[in-house]
Write a protein that binds this ligand. Structure first.
Ligand code: BYC
Length: 474
């Protein structure tokens, strides 16, 4: 499909042939830019950033690198190429033709899914808006801005669907996506994690590792949708999403690497000594991990969900990589959940597989999260240290689903509220941890220089050296 990169709104959906839609989106465009200037990255709009910009969806065009001022980034609408005769891959309509329009009976549900997905994109930009000032290097500053402009493009992707397929309601929802704000007392973002502040870079790396990975799984589930334009949009978004998780994975790895260097240098792993030397001690990193992992688990919804069952039955939202499953109807199967028994213990219950879809996806997410842990622990192992990073039990500190507000320890053992209150400083970042991490956050903007609490990356971006001037500040 042809890419109209030089149109006012770059697109590969032949926007020019639909004047009404084009005008509606051109009306939304200045509102988006206003939002970007007000709530996007603060103060760096004049900087030239070495960014990757999608100019088309083919292998050559989706990753074009060059210096761009962020407000001049070409936010556009790009859908993956259509699959000829695509068929519905799961649920009660399995095998029928995929939908090119929204069926009336699924209109409000699909709109709600698209709005929920769309809401997270600008939310994350808002959460990260002040981080530029404290970037540990120009390399990291560039990665932050890359993530931010792409989240902006992902918002465009959802707004396009709302405008093109949901008429007036869709246009109103698109306006509201710019009116809700992360952490706003009156108009917060829809999902809990997207209202958490991200005020330091350790949180940013945890967010891009754990929360963007939820994004990956949700986008993969929506990429299976019978509503073909949604599927194609999500498939293209996933190509960009991989970099965001890379930023988190390598970011956490580099923090741990630096801590190991300092542990070796001083011959101790004592947190006080680590902090004196300006590194982040391993227990603090683990507490941040516990916080962001547990928060991100909530984003999958309840473990037993009639919403999830009807999304699946109706073909609106599938399982990631649905073709890997043998039974695409999942109508007769069951899934076993481990639930609190109300007496301080755990009991098992079988529920219909369709109702367990959120849990099925969450379980594959947890397995995917383990991979980074393996890499970080290899750093510790290779340096001869016995400490290991770990994922807490998925029951720990949940606010959604059967384990919501049931106090447990890190192993998922139910405990009393008193014990949880007494021990949470071992398990979750304390005010002291946060204040210490914040005290390290000082912007390093000299070419090739790196803050003392993080190791340099192994390589630069797009074959450029690590000391390349990724952001031209003056
Ligand atoms: N916070 O039946 P349930 C990303 C609500 S991230 C607050 O279990 P369902 C990204 C739920 O809305 C991916 N409320 O829910 C990452 C429902 O409300 P109503 C975003 C929550 O529908 C980084 C009620 O609880 N993708 O892309 O099965 C940077 C009952 O729950 C939460 C999507 O969101 C929560 N955590 O599952 C940038 C995909 N969880 O109807 C971007 C689209 C649940 O009772 N959304 N609730 O008022 C969905 O698929 C589903 O809405 C959810 C929830 C999986 C989120």
């Amino acid at each position: 499909m042809e890419s109209n990169y030089h149109d006012r709104i770059p697109n590969n959906v032949d926007l020019g042939s639909n004047r009404t839609l084009q005008r509606a989106l051109e009306h939304w465009q200045p509102e988006f830019l206003n939002w970007w200037h007000g709530l996007g990255p603060s103060d760096f709009n004049a900087a030239e950033v070495y960014l990757r910009t999608a100019i088309s969806v083919d292998t050559k065009g989706w990753a074009t690198f060059g210096y761009v001022k962020m407000p001049d980034y070409r936010w556009g609408i790009f859908l993956a190429e259509p699959e000829t005769d695509r068929k519905i891959g799961f649920g009660d309509n399995f095998g029928q033709a995929a939908w090119q329009q929204v069926p009336g009976e699924h209109r409000s549900t699909l709109r709600r899914l698209i709005v929920t997905q769309g809401d997270t994109e600008p939310a994350s930009v808002e959460q990260q808006r002040l981080l530029g000032h404290t970037a540990p290097s120009l390399y990291d500053l560039r990665n932050l801005f890359q993530v931010n402009v792409e989240e902006g493009r992902h918002l465009w992707a959802m707004v396009y669907l709302l405008h093109a397929y949901f008429g007036r309601d869709g246009r109103e929802e698109a306006e509201e996506l710019l009116e809700r704000h992360s952490g706003d007392a009156d108009k917060p973002r829809i999902l809990s994690t997207f209202n958490e502040p991200i005020s330091d870079w350790l949180s940013f790396y945890m967010f891009t590792y754990f929360t963007d990975r939820d994004g990956k799984f949700q986008l993969k589930s929506l990429a299976e949708s019978s509503f073909d334009p949604l599927s194609r949009t999500c498939r293209f978004m996933l190509t960009e999403e991989a970099h965001h998780m890379f930023v988190g994975d390598t970011g956490i790895g580099r923090v741990i690497k630096r801590t190991i260097e300092v542990m070796k240098e001083f011959g101790t792993d004592d947190p006080v000594a680590m902090r004196k030397a300006g590194a982040i001690d391993l227990p603090t990193i683990q507490r941040y991990l516990n916080f962001w992992f547990s928060s991100s688990l909530d984003l999958f919804g309840g473990d037993s969900s009639s919403n999830a069952a009807s999304y699946f039955a109706n073909g609106l939202k599938g399982r990631p990589d649905e073709e890997r499953y043998e039974d695409h109807l999942a109508a007769e199967q069951a899934h076993t959940l481990e639930l609190p028994d109300g007496k301080g213990g755990v009991r098992s219950e079988q529920i219909p597989m369709r109702n367990a879809m959120n849990e099925v996806v969450r379980e594959s997410y947890v397995r995917d999260c383990e991979k980074g842990l393996g890499r970080w622990n290899k750093l510790l192992e290779d340096s001869g240290y016995p400490q290991r990073m770990f994922l807490p039990s998925p029951r720990f500190r949940r606010t959604v689903g059967s384990w919501a507000n049931i106090p447990t320890d890190l192993n998922g053992k139910p405990i009393s509220a008193e014990e949880f209150a007494a021990r949470q400083t071992e398990w979750l970042p304390t005010e002291g941890d946060r204040a210490y991490v914040r005290s390290l956050m000082k912007g390093v903007f000299e070419r090739g220089k790196m803050a003392g609490w993080i190791a340099p990356p192994e390589r630069g971006i797009n074959t450029k050296p690590i000391d390349f001037e990724y952001v031209l500040l003056h």
